[in-house]
Ligand binder design. Structure first.
Ligand SMILES: NC(=O)c1ccc[n+]([C@@H]2O[C@H](COP(=O)([O-])OP(=O)(O)OC[C@H]3O[C@@H](n4cnc5c(N)ncnc54)[C@H](OP(=O)(O)O)[C@@H]3O)[C@@H](O)[C@H]2O)c1
Length: 338
């Protein structure tokens, strides 16, 4: 067998992908070597090739984060896999659990570490994930990026509940996984696409309603109509800033919108105000009685005292108003009622 690996020279476009013979790698401690059986592409791999991905690719890196193979060698102290296991790897080799940190994202297979487009791949054992048995190699190779991000979008920080509504925007791989995951979670799914043929395939996949944005450009209205004016409870925004406004208008009063797509808004200079941050934005209105009582327990336990700027007598209430408007208070303006 002639072992080979592709290598990527960023910013050289299609010419940046070269192929060379690959020596059989030796696994280091806590590493495994797999014989790759299938690998899959994500949009990020196009971005890495043309140099537009936020994390620059290591020159000469073996591309692709997604792939599946059989473990053929294990390094010293490996406990998470044995020779013969069929495995894939996580996108971020260092992110095991809990909240994502910046230190997790700077290491990625196919970008800063050699990836899957090769005969052999060396994986950190902590990144190794066994794949479901019923999948073909080609199917199992697709899970790492699009499958997981759609799952995380619909199950964290809290899972979609049975009977809730989910909107998927676009019909890329993330949205398709989103439809499949959402149906398993028991949700009613509405999908947005641009094409009649894709609409049929989305329905076959399980989408309960599909809106063709080429015929219904103001699809947010159609989503509202479909949900009796309430809007959807969850949005898997798998396009990006380009459609976020419409997703917001499609969403219910207390919905959760998870932005996965990276497409910038047309005509906006920065395109994407999030930049390279993966943050959450919540819009809330005060809090419940339970929130109030929890706060009071904290205030009592820690003997917190609210900051008061000025106290006005009852018959000077209008001066309290004036002070709030013009007095640049530092703390609350209080009116004594006695
Ligand atoms: N954050 C993450 O972890 C993560 C992971 C994976 C992917 N991504 C990003 O998520 C996005 C989706 O990736 P993907 O691989 O699933 O799909 P993709 O190949 O980027 O396709 C996106 C789909 O979006 C739709 N679309 C394109 N332009 C649109 C527009 N102006 N308005 C509405 N819909 C539009 C199209 O579907 P229709 O023709 O059906 O309308 C298209 O097939 C990409 O931006 C990708 O970079 C992010």
């Amino acid at each position: 067998m002639n072992a080979v690996a592709y290598h990527l020279e960023p910013s050289r476009g299609a010419a940046g992908l070269t192929i060379a013979a690959q020596p059989m790698p030796e696994p280091g401690p806590h590493q495994v070597v797999i014989r790759v059986r299938a690998a899959a592409l994500n949009r990020r791999d196009l971005m890495l090739l043309d140099g537009s991905y936020p994390l620059p690719a290591m020159p000469g890196v073996v591309p692709l984060s997604d792939g599946v193979g059989t473990v053929i060698a294990v390094g010293h102290s490996v406990t998470r896999a044995v020779v013969g296991d069929r495995v894939t790897a996580t996108y971020f080799p260092r992110w095991i659990d809990g909240p994502q940190r910046r230190s997790h994202v700077v290491e990625q297979y196919g970008a800063t570490r050699h990836g899957m487009l090769a005969t052999y791949a060396v994986l950190e054992e902590d990144s190794v994930v066994h794949v479901p048995e019923h999948l073909t190699d080609a199917e199992a190779a697709t899970l790492t990026c699009a499958g997981v991000v759609a799952w995380a979008a619909l199950t964290t920080p809290l899972p979609v509940l049975p009977g809730e509504s989910v909107l998927t925007v676009g019909s890329g791989a993330v949205a398709l996984f989103g439809v499949q995951h959402a149906k398993i979670l028991g949700a009613e799914v509405i999908s947005i696409t641009s094409d009649l043929g894709k609409a049929e395939r989305l329905s076959e996949l399980g989408a309960d309603a599909v809106i063709d944005r080429s015929r219904t450009p103001d699809w947010e209205r159609a989503v509202l109509d479909h949900t009796d004016g309430h809007g959807v409870e969850h949005v898997l925004e798998a396009v990006g800033m380009a459609t976020l406004g419409q997703s917001v208008h499609s969403a219910a009063y207390n919905a959760r919108i998870t932005v996965v797509g990276a497409m910038p808004a047309p005509g906006v200079p920065t395109g994407n105000p999030f930049g390279t941050s993966y943050l959450s934005i919540r819009k809330i209105a005060v809090g419940s009685r339970a929130d109030f009582e929890a706060m009071n327990r904290s205030i009592a336990e820690h003997r917190v005292r609210p900051v008061i700027d000025r106290i006005f007598p009852f018959d000077r209430a209008e001066r309290a108003y004036h002070h709030l408007r013009t007095g640049d208070p530092f703390g609350k303006v209080v009116i004594e009622v006695s």
